[in-house]
Write a protein that binds this ligand. Structure first.
Ligand code: ATP
Ligand code: MG
Length: 388
């Protein structure tokens, strides 16, 4: 696709018209990276990536919207009513230490293309006149479906590019060229901070085929994942369908992949990757749940509830089977028409008996032994009196 056609396509994209307006008469504004790549491939970019040959201020002022600036790198994200634009001042990067964030300095657009991850992302189009600048191999690699680093130190400087390569190859159906793949295998993912690795893992889990991305990561460099991690766990498809939109699909996938990871190692890894405490607990609990059998062996609705209530829905989904399906689709929604106040009003003294009575009424309701307020109250009162 010609550069001019790429620019013309912007009009139909969220934020595209605003960007064209802001770039009008301004020779410093270039569409770059993923946005150009995706448009050239006939895909719709997630957001518009823009490089400004100079400071961002004037373009930001013309764009309006809400700008979030990250001054260390001279970048900003602008959220408009209808889209997101990521802007950066053209810069070059120096890596003092492998895996650390680079030191950046202002540079030309040509230099800026040189700092990028892969040739297919080292393409820029100036918006005012559709001038194209690209790495020598960029257009050929884009046409051939090839992911190629720009220099032999690329993965050493920034091992997060392993994850980026895995996402692009899966999403676009591209392949790394032989030399890039060999370089990927030599990188040290451990040189990257947990925060940045966690970010890459989270992005990967949100892709359409997360297990394919994780398998690609493992194939490129097994050291990127921890011991026992299975990027292609059995039964995940069933669990994912069971969970639907009731829970976190990304954490379900992660838990499924981590069933074989030793618990302490898993907990430490998730903390290192800066998952929140509740995300970590959900993943660890769900990844262990598979070994618990009460849900699978439950014979009645109340036994299913006994086994599943309080467990993360992701854990139940991973357990799989008919009982899990019943819990997720029906039983977890069953509630009583009475509460503790009804029991107190009926003369039960406040205390543990209330909870015991309500639990008994819920169990019998789940088993369709009783229904409606009156029968529930009766059952709860009997339960509150003692074991039946
Ligand atoms: P996506 O569709 O996932 O957003 P993208 O290619 O647009 O893919 P971004 O993370 O939005 O990726 O980054 C925009 C551009 O910035 C990339 O296309 C690439 O040129 C450059 N880039 C981003 N991260 C890196 C990195 N770690 N090393 C080098 N270049 C990078
Ligand atoms: Mg992008």
């Amino acid at each position: 696709m010609e550069a001019a056609e790429v620019v013309a396509k912007l009009i139909d994209l969220p934020g595209g018209q605003a960007l064209l307006d802001a770039a009008s008469g301004d020779e410093s504004v270039w569409l770059v990276g993923g946005a150009v790549r995706d448009l050239m491939l006939g895909r719709t970019p997630e957001e518009l990536d823009v490089v400004i040959d100079g400071p961002l201020d004037r373009v930001l002022a013309r764009l309006g919207g809400e700008a979030e600036r990250h001054d260390r790198f001279g970048t900003a994200t602008v959220r408009l009513a209808d889209g997101r634009i990521d802007l950066a001042s053209a810069r070059s990067e120096q890596y003092a230490l492998p895996g650390a964030l680079p030191d950046v300095s202002p540079a030309s657009i040509d230099d800026d293309l040189q700092r990028r991850d892969f040739t297919i992302n080292a393409i820029a189009i100036r918006l005012v006149d559709a001038e194209l600048k690209a790495h020598d191999d960029a257009l050929a690699d884009l046409a051939a479906g090839r992911i190629r680093v720009l220099h032999s130190g690329s993965f050493v400087n920034d091992p997060t590019r392993l994850w980026r390569a895995a996402r692009y190859s899966t999403r676009l159906g591209f392949e790394l060229d032989e030399e890039s793949a060999a370089l990927a295998a030599l990188a040290s993912p451990g040189a990257v901070s947990g925060e940045r690795l966690g970010h890459e893992l989270r992005l990967s889990l949100r892709e359409d085929s997360p297990t394919a991305v994780l398998s690609a990561v493992e194939a490129l460099n097994p050291g990127a994942l921890i011991e026992g991690f299975d990027p292609n766990p059995a039964r995940l498809a069933e669990a994912s369908a069971l969970l639907g939109s009731a829970g976190r699909q990304d954490l379900l996938t992660l838990a499924a992949c981590c069933q074989g990871v030793e618990l302490q190692l898993l907990t430490r890894w998730l903390d290192h990757l800066q998952f929140t405490a509740s995300e970590r607990d959900l993943v660890t609990a769900s990844s262990r749940w598979v070994t618990a059998s009460p849900l699978r062996s439950a014979q009645s609705a109340s036994q299913i509830a006994e086994a599943a209530a309080g467990a993360p829905l992701e854990a139940v989904a991973l357990c799989g089977g008919e009982n899990a399906r019943q819990w997720l689709t029906e039983l977890r929604h069953v509630t009583l028409e009475i509460d503790g106040d009804d029991l107190i009003a009926a003369g039960v003294p406040p205390g543990p008996a209330i909870g015991i009575g309500l639990k008994r009424a819920l169990a019998r309701t789940l088993d369709r032994d009783i229904s409606g307020r009156d029968e529930q109250l009766q059952a709860a009162l009997e339960g509150a009196e003692g074991p039946s």
